[in-house]
Design a binder for this molecule. Structure first.
Ligand SMILES: *Cc1c(COP(=O)(O)O)cnc(C)c1O
Length: 407
């Protein structure tokens, strides 16, 4: 087999890649503007992100703004990178899960409101203030703890209308009123979270509508008591698609912004065009022959039933490739061909079958999520193979993968 120098092959699939972040400025033009020299990386399609944001924004009722969920590194896409792109098209509010995620956005220069959806230890109040973050009030006891710190804190009150995760129960109206009376809390909003809005079946529909009614009824009663807050919100991706009439001032959209829904079936069924934002690519580290009867990988888990050509690609479960894809369950794409995964996926590497793929060479690019030739593997495909949802696959993509913007 002829081995071409890696350098020559770098531009093989590099159409339209002209901006990369976090790269060594001394790299050659080819390396800088073509594919990276990393072992495995994530390419972010800026045009797709902007398309999704604009499409979703057009679905929102008047007065309702996007508050993209950029928690967990923007579902693996890179939080600062995504939020800054969205800043540029006028998105002015974001939500994250943790105070550290909020700080990272600020340090990355992200502008606008940043709401922390989850628990923050009271000892970190100074960070909330320093980085102009908005904290969710988880319930009445948490509100008291925050208030006892005697420092002005911006908050949105979480209201539990049926998910029973975070939020003060909506039937604890007196406690909610007491939160409004707390001197040190600057209450700028209130929100609830819908937990069955991915379905429009009768039971889920009446449950979701019940959540909406309970939330807006609570807001109305608060107003009657003289308590008001600027922003109320309850929608996430599925809510905007399935129950647009529920409205609100913000739509906390996560998964749809990244160009897909939790499952392939949902993505196909939804009546808007979403474009996947992310591709995961890796390199072929080695190509070798295998004689009939030989095994490959840990635990002798794969045995060749014929003479084969196999390759090792430089991505593993530590990078977020689910180990559940082992043993032929998953595949990657090389030169537009499917290469099944052989044996157990390792922490940093994966062995694939390239017997029927011509000219696979050390340094070639393999696509784990994304397109190659006429074929595509989506995060939903991977999720289905791993018996989970795309949200989990994306959000677990590892820190070792360099994120870069293309297009
Ligand atoms: C993660 C999250 C969202 C975003 O949900 P998607 O289904 O990804 O759109 C919205 N609100 C809350 C409270 C969340 O935790």
């Amino acid at each position: 087999m002829e081995v071409k120098p890696v350098r020559q092959r770098l531009n093989l699939q590099s159409s339209g890649c002209h901006f990369a972040v976090g790269m060594d400025p001394l790299l050659s033009r080819e390396e800088k503007y073509g594919h990276p020299t990393e072992r495995a990386w994530i390419e972010i399609d800026r045009d797709a992100l902007i398309h999704n944001a604009r499409t979703l924004r057009s679905l929102l009722p008047p007065g309702c703004e996007l508050m993209p969920a950029v928690k967990a590194q923007a579902y693996g896409h890179g939080a600062v990178l995504v939020a800054r792109e969205l800043n540029r098209i006028g998105v002015r509010a974001f939500c994250v899960a943790t105070v550290s995620e909020g700080i990272e956005l600020r340090k990355g220069g992200v502008k606008g409101e940043i709401l922390i959806l989850g628990y923050t230890h009271p000892s970190r109040i100074s960070s909330l203030r320093r980085y102009r973050l908005i904290q969710t009030v988880i319930d009445y006891p948490y509100a008291s703890v925050l208030n006892d710190c005697k420092k002005k804190i911006r908050v949105h009150i979480g209201i539990d209308t049926g998910m029973h995760r975070l939020g003060e129960r909506c039937d604890h109206f007196e406690q909610i009123c007491s939160i409004f009376r707390m001197k040190h809390l600057k209450i700028e909003g209130a929100f609830t979270h819908l937990c069955a809005d991915d379905s429009t079946e009768p039971m889920e529909k009446s449950f979701t509508q019940g959540q909406g009614t309970a939330f807006f009824e609570t807001m109305k009663q608060l107003k009657d008591q003289g308590f008001s807050c600027k922003k109320v919100h309850l929608q996430a991706s599925y809510g905007v698609l399935n129950y647009p009439e529920l409205g609100g001032d913000y739509a906390r959209i996560g998964i749809a912004l990244y160009g897909l829904l939790s499952t392939g079936a949902d993505t196909e069924r939804c009546n808007i065009v979403l474009k996947p934002v992310l591709a995961v690519k890796t390199r072929v580290a080695a190509v070798k022959g295998l004689y009939c009867g030989e095994t490959a990988g840990y635990g002798l888990s794969f045995t060749a039933k014929r003479e084969m050509k196999i390759a090792t690609v430089t991505i593993g479960y530590a990078d977020g490739l689910p180990r559940a894809l082992s043993g032929g369950t998953g595949k990657v794409l090389i030169h537009g061909f499917e290469a099944p995964i052989l044996g157990y996926i390792c922490m940093d590497q994966t062995i694939i079958d390239v017997t029927d793929i011509p000219d696979v060479t050390q340094g070639d690019i393999a696509v784990v999520i994304g397109k190659s030739g006429g074929k595509e593997i989506t995060a939903c495909d991977v999720a289905q193979q791993a018996d989970t949802i795309a949200n989990e696959v994306l959000s677990r993509l590892g820190q070792r993968l360099t994120r870069m913007v293309v297009s």
